[in-house]
Design a protein around this ligand. Structure first.
Ligand SMILES: Nc1ncnc2c1ncn2[C@@H]1O[C@H](COP(=O)(O)O)[C@@H](OP(=O)(O)O)[C@H]1O
Ligand SMILES: [Mg+2]
Length: 380
């Protein structure tokens, strides 16, 4: 039998390298977007270029490494996007972004194709990600750009890649291209880009922005690699450091992290829970799965999300974050205290009300009790 340490070693390494390439791709698209256009929520085309291009390169590298027939991918985007009117420009932009990023792949230890990819190869790569997952077999799960709003605002977003085997998340990789050097900057919505772009590239604060976090189920370890500057190459073995959740278990010292958008999570319900367990600090509102990264790195102690009743959470919005937080020492369950179930296909089908991730069992237990105590009086 395969040595436990060796199991998934290749999958993990390839996934981490792919996410580095994806972060660099997204960073370039975001920079162009912020330099040339007024950032607006309605203008979704640059984020669509980033989304589709990341999906294409991920699918291409996974298929190249493990063989097309061995790779099943569940991902957010589909080729239908290109059947809309006026999508020729979008397809060209995606093919260009894909080929540009493939030329940098060797810096990240991945082998580029011998010639540039043509339109049909890019479409094929994107189209291959149409698996629906389920209780058996091996499935990759990708959210190419999680936190679309954060992306267009020049703020936080994530690239999330996970591997599910027989319904369990076994690997998680989370790229956070804008993860700030100073934790308090996580709270700078709208001003995040302005703040960081005013820093001179030579100041220490401007360096080291962005990271890739990863973990393997059962290892008891979660790792962080900083993103590398464009003139460096990724050295695998000496480039990572261990991360660990916060040891704070006193609610009055703990920080709650939650979605920025009220539409995605009920802020007044979480404020009620926070108050009842004795949290005192202002919540840290952050776009995307960067919230899971904040818990795993020890920058916040609690992440809660209570979506409107009827909304079904998708597996790609949680898989990578959950395994990283758990291996960093944290606890993640639904609001009934049960582990999230990734075996039911694209959605977390049986999720009980909401998601609660904590740095430890003490805070987690208090919050679960508070949900039970307050649920009947809530109007979720
Ligand atoms: N009405 C809704 N309620 C809850 N979550 C929603 C939602 N609409 C979209 N989302 C999910 O919330 C994610 C963003 O999370 P957050 O609010 O924590 O930044 C979105 O990911 P994408 O941005 O990848 O679409 C999307 O999957
Ligand atoms: Mg998402």
């Amino acid at each position: 039998m395969e040595d436990e340490n060796e199991q998934y070693a290749k999958e993990l390494e390839v996934a981490v390298r792919i996410v580095h390439v994806a972060c660099a791709l997204c960073g370039r698209v975001q920079e162009k977007l912020l330099a040339t256009e007024v950032v607006s929520k309605e203008d979704d085309s640059p984020v669509t270029v980033a989304d589709l291009s990341v999906q294409a390169i991920t699918s291409w590298f996974l298929s190249k490494t493990f063989g097309v027939q061995n790779v099943s991918i569940i991902a957010e985007e589909d080729v239908e996007t290109f059947s809309k009117d006026d999508s020729t420009g979008l397809l060209e932009a995606v093919v260009d972004a894909v080929n540009e990023s493939l030329t940098f792949a060797s810096m990240y230890g991945l082998q580029s194709p011998e010639t540039t990819l043509g339109t049909s190869e890019v479409l094929e790569a994107i189209g291959r990600c149409s698996s629906t997952g389920g209780p058996s077999g091996r499935h990759w799960v990708l959210d190419p750009v999680d936190g679309t709003l954060g992306f267009v605002r020049g703020d936080q977003y994530a690239v999330a890649l996970a591997l599910i085997e027989d319904g369990k998340v076994v690997l998680g990789v989370l790229g956070c291209p804008n993860y700030p050097v100073k934790t308090e900057w996580l709270n700078y919505h709208y001003q995040y880009h302005e703040t960081t772009s005013q820093l001179s590239p030579t100041t220490p604060d401007a360096c080291g922005k962005g990271c890739v976090l990863y973990a393997k189920r059962g290892s008891g370890e979660a790792w962080l690699q900083s993103l590398i500057p464009e003139d460096k190459t990724l050295e695998w073995s000496n480039h990572a450091r261990l991360i660990r959740v916060s040891s704070v278990d006193d609610p009055s010292l703990a920080t709650l992290c939650e979605p920025v958008e009220k539409a995605n999570s009920n802020h007044s319900f979480t404020a009620g829970l926070a108050h009842s367990v004795g949290l005192r600090k202002q919540p840290l509102r952050v776009h995307s799965m960067v919230k899971y990264a904040a818990i795993a790195r020890g920058d916040a102690e609690i992440f809660m999300k209570f979506a409107k009743s009827g909304y079904k959470e998708k597996i790609w919005d949680h898989a990578a974050g959950v395994v990283i937080v758990e291996e960093a020492g944290g606890v993640v369950t639904d609001a009934g205290g049960r582990p999230l179930d990734f075996s039911k296909g694209t959605y977390l089908e049986d999720l009980d009300r909401g998601i609660i991730a904590c740095s430890g069992v003490t805070l987690h237990g208090k919050l679960i009790d508070a949900v039970y105590a307050s649920w009947d009086s809530s109007n979720l």
